[in-house]
Design a protein. Sequence first.
Length: 132
Amino acid sequence: MEDKGRSAGKTVLHVLAFIVMALLLLALGCLAAIYMATKGPSEAARADVVNWASEHSLSFAAELFLSDEEVDAILNPAETPDAGTQDETPFIVVTEGQAEASPDPSEEPATSEEPETTESPAPSDNGEEAAA
């Protein structure tokens, strides 16, 4: 009878040890992920982690790997001197002679006099007309 009592106690200790080790590995994995995000090359990831931690009352996690000054700089970014101004570089550059006049939005689009034909192409010619 004593063997069953000892083996049941051992089983409980093994289960508790497994749970404790699993929780420690989970915590270590979370800390490693925060470390990689805060010390990695991506400033955007660093800012996202710090903002996420401060929103969820976990700012201590980001402060483990960053100084208070770095956290404050991320949470309260300083205004840049050109903030609010737009870049003067256009996204599309049109050179002379290549631009087409765009239709006036108030004008109706021109309609053709002849209706379009609705011949369906043969399935094997990929939309091209078959040579006769």
